[in-house]
Design a protein around this ligand. Structure first.
Ligand SMILES: [Mg+2]
Length: 380
């Protein structure tokens, strides 16, 4: 029987911000904008851009799998080292479902949502990469194979003219100003979105990412103001726990032809089940790092399919192609998000890039990646 012989946590500090064109070149609405900037460190905003945690799981055949989770300053790396590593050492890495359940059950007192699930996700992604290497197959093949040859994409970021240039005009823009910016911010938002529509033309999909920075009143006013601009969806207007406001907003926006989407900051199938059953969103956008990795994201996709809902996983940019393998394999994931970032700053090599409206993964074993030696420096 194959056994896990080592679990290493590698904390990497990025040499440069991962998404300079996305985060830094203009205001981006955030829920903590109500506080003075001095209360949060913009340089290390959620530690994104600062670095990533990579987990390397080796088995006794010397083969290893890699997974990651963002933010080297955050606690998932400690949870992996102190709680998950002792649990899975010496176990069969091919019993992924059993290991996932064991990790989930033993972290419940400090888990269920948040950093413990992010830690489990990183381990799960590494186990699937290891499985692929042992089997000599890409992960999408282990899941049941491709249901599409390539994935239609939309690009997320504020450099929408570049999206158009590379043949991927469908664009999700971060909303510059949240509810805290008031009527003046609303006016600037509408001017900005109007300009994006003018540049991208009438045929491009345009989506608005609000990153939990609105309230119900503001969201309704924003939607009415931009209704003539044919916006496909308004994303994550509120925190995922705000079920009633999601449902009420959806009741108002759907008749206007605008979808309400979310789930990026929700955790596991339990969390997504509540979003679906309470009628909160039109599209589920779970992040593979918050879902619980490949194992639980497939469960989420299956559950959503029984409700005739699409799952378009959030692209964390740094997570590599893991979520794309699931999208390639899932009937109810007909397109994908690509967070536009500096391709040289991906933590893994072989980062897929969008071109002419599509993205794809390579066919090597596992996720077909290694740690990018140019990404950053190891920190203790
Ligand atoms: Mg988002």
């Amino acid at each position: 029987m194959t056994k896990i012989t080592n679990v290493e946590v590698i904390r990497l500090k990025a040499k440069q911000p991962s998404s300079p064109n996305y985060v830094w070149d203009q205001p981006v609405a955030r829920p903590y904008d109500k506080y003075p900037e001095s209360l949060y460190d913009k340089e290390n905003w959620m530690a994104i851009g600062a670095g990533e945690v990579v987990v390397k799981i080796t088995c006794d055949e010397g083969v290893y799998g890699l997974g990651s989770v963002g933010g080297y300053k955050l606690v998932p790396g400690d949870i992996i080292e102190r709680q998950l590593k002792p649990l899975i050492m010496g176990k069969n890495p091919l019993q992924i479902t059993k290991l996932w359940d064991a990790m989930f059950q033993t972290t419940i007192p400090v888990g269920r949502k948040g950093a413990a699930i992010e830690a489990i996700s990183a381990v799960d992604i590494a186990l699937w990469d290891l499985f692929g290497k042992l089997a000599g197959q890409p992960v999408y093949q282990l899941l049941g194979g491709r249901v599409r040859d390539a994935i239609p994409v939309y690009c997320t970021g504020s450099d929408y003219e570049y999206h158009k240039k590379i043949g991927c005009p469908n664009t999700k823009i971060p909303l510059p100003y949240g509810a805290i910016a008031g009527p003046d911010g609303l006016k600037k938002n509408v001017e900005y979105i109007t300009k994006v529509r003018e540049i991208l033309g009438p045929d491009a999909d345009i989506m608005i990412d609000c990153w939990m920075s609105l309230d119900l009143e503001y969201a309704i006013k924003l939607a009415r103001a931009i209704e003539p601009l044919d916006i496909r969806w308004i994303e994550e207007p509120f925190i995922a726990d705000d079920y009633d406001d999601y449902r009420r907003l959806r009741d108002i926006l759907n008749p206007m032809g605008i979808l309400v989407t979310g789930g990026e900051h929700e955790f596991t199938l339990y969390g997504v089940r509540d979003l679906i059953e309470k009628g909160c969103v039109d599209i589920i956008q779970t992040d593979i790092w918050r879902a619980g990795g490949v194992t639980e994201l497939k469960n989420i996709t299956a559950y959503a399919s029984a409700h005739h809902m699409k799952v378009i996983p959030h692209d964390h940019g740094g997570a590599g192609p893991a979520a794309l393998h699931i999208t390639l394999n899932s009937v109810n994931s007909p397109f994908a998000e690509v967070l536009m970032r500096n391709p040289d700053t991906s933590v893994f090599t072989n980062q897929p890039k969008p071109k002419d409206g599509f993205i794809n993964v390579t066919d090597g074993p596992g996720f077909d990646y290694e740690i990018n030696p140019d990404f950053g420096d190891i920190v203790e």
